[in-house]
Design a protein around this ligand. Structure first.
Ligand code: SAH
Length: 447
């Protein structure tokens, strides 16, 4: 029996970079973590699966900050588990491929610590799917070899280039950027044809993904000319020729475009999600900050009186969330909305209501306060409406509904204030001129 039954170490593959390419089991393990030790190649957005109170430790980036030595990592894993923590050791790609898994497991075993290994999508698999370069082909490549390009490490078993050159299939080199001249030269010297197709894939599955196609003899010069930096993979073999191109990833409408989203984003922001689905690199840089209202009393009062309104009118998803969370926090549930009609300014606001199992009775054809007022006016006349709003905003909705004969109350459900200054990342990208689009989603943000 392990000595520390309560604690456990999960060695989890974080996938190649796209946060959607984490396994369900990986997400479950992260959700239990007290501490996450992660490699810098792991997309930090994966860390949002960890609970907010979990301690997140990056193990360092080469040339930027302290990079933990393997023995330091091994020791820390053991210490944390012995202290009763549930630990996730999050690695790029698959933990069993070029990831020091053997050393870490040996350390855990020696200390009798319980562990589980969760596979991940290795970079070579992501390259096949996301750069559209098949690794096998019925008529030309019946085998695949995953090879390390880094031989400087003296513990590494030396590569036998004669066998590699004769390998009947596709070679995929990991960690081969800085050593490309040596290994590509060694392959040619060992008899691999100089015109063997090669594809270099930088940041596979990420919005920055780039593919460079060349031939083995030209590879080192081309890599140098392109000033290529890690992480990149090299596919050497017939399927690396452009003829086998399966690419869908870089053909998406916004692939390669960088889009600034200056609104306050929640973890699962639908706009961000949609932009990313189209291939954009999204930079979140809030220009306004959303918080609780300065005074909760008016909101609580409005919640008390909910049943007296004919219509509740929401002009943002933030308003939905603020009001609904307060309803729940004050010990109520969805029955508080019985008999009250719900209007939402647009589909995002209606979706936010749907998240609480509430269906909007009215969504105007156009996502504007004027359109909402016009659609609502005939039904609201003579009745009481409650407008759920931010601490600032336009008066047009209230004015028009009053003009149409409705009794209108307004309640501040959340505060919206300007960010203290320009977001540093946004300022830098604007100065560099490297932004393609800015998504302006409200008048406050525009201002
Ligand atoms: N365990 C990882 C590999 C770790 S070695 C896996 O299974 O993918 C680190 C090397 O992986 C990098 O030098 C690079 O060659 C490769 N790599 C990791 N992620 C990559 C990505 N998104 N695109 C291209 N290469 C990547």
């Amino acid at each position: 029996m392990p000595q520390h039954a309560a604690s456990k170490v999960y060695l989890v593959g974080g996938g190649p970079g796209d946060p959607g390419l984490l396994t369900l089991r990986g997400a479950e393990c992260l959700a239990r973590a007290d501490v996450v030790l992660y490699d810098y190649l792991v997309n930090p957005r994966i860390l949002r699966h960890a609970p907010p109170q979990a301690k997140l430790v990056c193990l360092g980036r080469h040339g930027v900050d302290h990079v933990w030595r393997q023995d330091e990592i091994d020791r820390r894993l053991v210490e944390l588990a012995q202290a009763g923590k549930t630990v996730v050791r999050l690695k790029g790609g698959d933990p069993a491929l070029f990831g020091h898994l053997v050393e870490e497991v040996a350390a855990l075993r020696a200390a009798q610590i319980e562990y589980e290994i969760v596979p991940g999508i290795t970079a070579a698999a992501a390259l096949a799917s996301h750069a559209g370069i098949p690794l096998t082909r019925r008529d030309a490549a019946s085998a695949v070899a995953l090879v390390t390009g880094r031989e400087s490490d003296d513990k590494q078993q030396p590569l036998d280039f004669a066998h590699l050159a004769a390998f009947p299939g596709t070679l995929v080199f990991y960690m081969g950027v800085t050593t490309v001249r040596e290994w590509a030269g060694a392959l040619v010297a060992a008899g691999k044809p100089a015109d063997t197709p090669v594809a270099v894939v930088w940041r596979a599955s990420q919005p920055e993904q780039r593919v460079l196609r060349t031939r083995l003899a030209l590879l080192a010069d081309d890599v140098e000319r392109a000033r290529l930096r890690p992480p990149a993979l090299f596919v050497v073999g017939p399927t690396a020729a452009a003829a086998d191109d399966l690419d869908w990833f870089s053909r998406r409408a916004l692939f390669g475009a960088s889009v600034l989203v200056p609104r306050p984003t929640r973890a699962d922001d639908p706009l961000t999600r949609e932009l990313e689905q189209l291939g954009a690199k999204v930079v979140a840089a809030p220009a306004i900050e959303i918080g609780p209202p300065a005074d909760l009393a008016p909101l609580d009062g409005a919640i008390e009186r909910l049943g007296s309104y004919r219509w509740l009118v929401f002009s943002s998803a933030n308003g939905v969330e603020a009001l609904l969370e307060r309803v729940l926090a004050t010990g109520r549930d969805m029955r508080a909305f019985a008999g009250v009609k719900l209007a939402a300014i647009g589909p995002g606001t209606a979706e936010a209501l749907a998240g609480y199992h509430l269906r909007a009775d009215l969504v105007p054809p156009e996502f504007r306060a004027e359109s909402l007022a016009d659609a609502l006016a005939p039904q609201a006349a003579g009745g009481r409406c409650l407008l759920v709003r931010a601490s600032r905003g336009r008066e047009v909705l209230a004015d028009r509904l009053r003009a149409a004969g409705a009794t209108v109350d307004q309640v501040v459900a959340y505060s919206s204030i300007d960010a203290p200054g320009p977001h540093p990342v946004a300022a830098r990208l604007l100065a560099e001129g490297s932004l393609d689009w800015i998504a302006v989603t409200s008048s406050a943000i525009a201002r």
